[in-house]
Design a protein around this ligand. Structure first.
Ligand SMILES: [Fe+2]
Length: 484
C-alpha cells in the first residue's frame, strides 16, 4: 500500500472537459467510470448514460472497486474543493468540467425529465440552446444476447414506443413503462432477429400497443408492416422509418428527435454480419453510406447490440472511426471485409428466427427436436431411424451431401435419401428450395453435413439439422442401408 501522501495536482490538471469525457465515453467506455454525485432527483431527471449516482459519503468506497478504471466525477463546482480534500492522495480520478456543454451540444442523455440544475439545463433553455427536454428516453440491456432495448416517448402526451424488446425482459420493460406513466403505442422491431426472441407478441398481449416490423418480413401476426419513409406519431413527434437492408432484408432504422436506432445495421465501430437471412454486404454498404451517413453528424446512433460496453455513438464518429464501414472505405473493401468474417451462427438462430416470424411465439420444430451444438442443430442417427414414417410421408427430407461414388459404396445410403453433393450442387438446391422444409443432412461422418446445415441456415432455412456421426454411426448401429 502506498503510504506517501501525494499532493493533489492543481485543478486545471485534474479536469477533463466535456469533449474529452465524451470521446472517452463514446470510444473507450470500459476505461472509465462516471460518478454523478448530484442529488438523486436531479440524477433521475437527466444523466449521462452509464453514469452512477452516488453520495459524497459513499464515493471513496465505490472508488475502491474501480479495477484500474479512471473515475470521472460529475459534481457541482462549489463541491469540488471539498471533494478534492476527501480524495487527497488518489490519482485515479478527474473532475468533469463544463458539464453544461454536454447538454448544450445535444450529447446523449438518459433520464425521465432531462432537466437539472447542476448541469444548468434550465439556464441553457433560457439562452435558447436546443435541448431534448420534451422527450423521455431509456436504454435497457439484456445481458444474455447483449441486446439493447429502448423506450422513447413524447413527454407531453406520454405516448411511447419500445424498440427491440427481448422476451426474457418483458416484465422489466413493462414495469418501467408503467412507473413512467407512459402509454405504449408501438412495439418496433428493427428486424427479424436471429439471436434472441422478440418480446413484441407478449407486450401486445398485455398492452394496447401495435407491433411493427418491415413488410419484407411477411409476418402475418404484425399490426403495421412498415415501408421505407413511413412515419409513426408519438404525440406531435414523429418516428421516421428508414429501410436499411443488408444485415437482413428486413432491417429498418428508426429516427426520432436526433437519434437513430439502427438495430444491427450500424453498430458502434462495427456493423451487422451479412452472411445469412438474405443479408447482402452490397446493400448494407448502400444503407449505411448512402442513407445513415447522410444524416447530420451529431445524430446519435443507438445500436441494437454491443459486446464491448459501448452504449451509443454519433454519425460523425462512425464515419471517422468505424473500421469496417468508415466513410473512407470503398464498397469493394467493405465487401472483402465482410466476406472474410467467417462467424459462427448465433446460438439461438434455429429457435429465434421461426419464433420471431410468429411475433415471438415459440415455434416447436415440427418432427425433430434438434440439439444445438456450436450453433448447428444436430440429431442422432437413432432419431432419424425413428422417423422413417415421416420420411416416407415426405414430411422430413433426407439429403445426403456426399459424392455420387460414396452414395453406393460399402456404407451405402439411407432409404429415401436424396443425393445432393456439397458444393455448387447443394447451393443450387438450397437456393431453389422451400425455406420451411424440414431437412436432415447426412454425410460419411457428420462433417460435410454440418457444413451443409450451416449453409442452409444462411439461406434462411428454419428446420434443418445435421445427422451426427453420419453413415459411419448409422452402420455401427446396424441400421438398414441401401445400395443401388
Ligand atoms: Fe440481427
Amino acid at each position: 500500500m502506498e503510504t506517501q501522501t501525494k499532493q493533489i495536482k492543481p485543478q486545471s490538471q485534474v479536469k477533463l472537459n466535456c469533449d474529452q469525457v465524451y470521446n472517452l465515453w463514446a470510444t473507450e467506455p470500459y476505461l472509465i467510470k462516471l460518478f454523478d454525485i448530484r442529488p438523486e432527483a436531479e440524477f433521475k431527471a437527466a444523466h449521462i448514460p452509464g453514469s452512477e449516482n452516488i453520495s459524497q459519503h459513499n464515493l471513496i468506497q465505490a472508488m475502491d472497486h474501480l479495477n484500474q478504471r479512471l473515475a470521472i466525477i460529475i459534481a457541482p463546482e462549489e463541491d469540488e474543493a471539498a471533494l478534492s480534500q476527501t480524495l487527497q492522495g488518489r490519482q485515479d480520478y478527474v473532475f468533469m468540467s463544463q458539464c453544461q456543454r454536454w447538454v448544450k451540444e445535444n450529447k446523449p442523455l438518459a433520464g425521465e425529465g432531462l432537466q437539472s440544475t447542476i448541469l444548468n439545463f434550465n439556464q441553457q433553455k433560457k439562452k435558447g440552446a436546443t435541448m431534448k427536454n420534451d422527450i423521455i428516453f431509456h436504454q435497457l440491456f439484456e445481458p444474455e444476447s447483449s441486446t439493447y432495448t429502448y423506450i422513447i416517448a413524447d413527454k407531453k402526451s406520454k405516448e411511447a414506443a419500445i424498440i427491440d424488446p427481448v422476451i426474457e425482459t418483458v416484465d422489466r420493460d413493462l414495469k418501467l413503462i408503467n412507473e413512467l406513466g407512459l402509454k405504449l403505442m408501438y412495439v418496433l422491431d428493427t428486424h427479424i432477429h436471429a439471436d434472441h426472441i422478440t418480446g413484441a407478441g407478449e407486450i401486445r398481449k398485455r398492452t394496447q400497443a401495435k407491433t411493427a416490423v418491415s413488410h419484407e418480413a411477411n409476418v402475418d401476426c404484425v399490426d403495421i408492416p412498415l415501408e421505407d419513409g413511413q412515419e409513426l406519431l408519438l404525440g406531435d413527434k414523429k418516428i421516421k422509418v428508414i429501410a436499411t437492408p443488408g444485415h437482413t432484408n428486413t432491417c429498418m432504422t428508426y429516427s426520432f428527435e436526433g437519434m437513430i436506432f439502427t438495430g444491427d445495421s450500424l453498430l458502434v465501430r462495427s456493423c451487422g454480419r451479412t452472411d445469412f437471412q438474405q443479408g447482402s454486404s452490397e446493400k448494407l454498404y448502400e444503407s449505411i453510406q448512402g442513407k445513415l451517413y447522410k444524416l447530420p453528424e451529431d445524430t446519435i446512433v443507438y445500436p441494437g447490440h454491443d459486446y464491448r460496453g459501448h452504449t451509443a455513438s454519433t454519425v460523425g464518429l462512425e464515419k471517422k472511426y468505424n473500421p469496417r464501414v468508415g466513410e473512407n472505405k470503398t464498397r469493394d473493401e467493405f465487401k472483402k471485409i465482410m466476406s472474410e468474417l467467417k462467424l459462427a451462427n448465433p446460438k439461438k438462430i434455429h429457435e429465434a428466427v421461426p419464433a420471431n416470424l410468429a411475433c415471438g411465439r415459440k415455434v416447436e420444430s415440427r418432427n425433430l427436436n434438434p440439439q444445438l451444438v456450436d450453433g448447428i442443430p444436430e440429431v442422432s442417427c437413432e432419431t432419424v431411424f425413428g422417423k422413417q414414417e415421416q420420411v416416407k410421408a415426405k414430411k422430413i427430407k433426407l439429403i445426403d451431401v456426399r459424392n455420387p461414388d460414396e452414395f453406393n459404396n460399402d456404407l451405402g445410403h439411407i432409404h429415401g435419401a436424396e443425393l445432393v453433393t456439397l458444393g455448387p450442387e447443394l447451393s443450387r438446391f438450397l437456393e431453389k428450395g422451400n425455406r420451411d422444409d424440414e431437412i436432415v443432412f447426412i454425410c460419411r461422418s457428420g462433417g460435410r453435413s454440418a457444413a451443409a446445415t450451416a449453409e442452409s441456415i444462411r439461406f434462411g432455412y428454419k428446420y434443418t439439422a445435421n445427422m451426427t456421426g453420419g453413415m459411419i454411426s448409422w452402420n455401427e448401429k446396424r441400421q438398414p442401408v441401401e445400395r443401388n
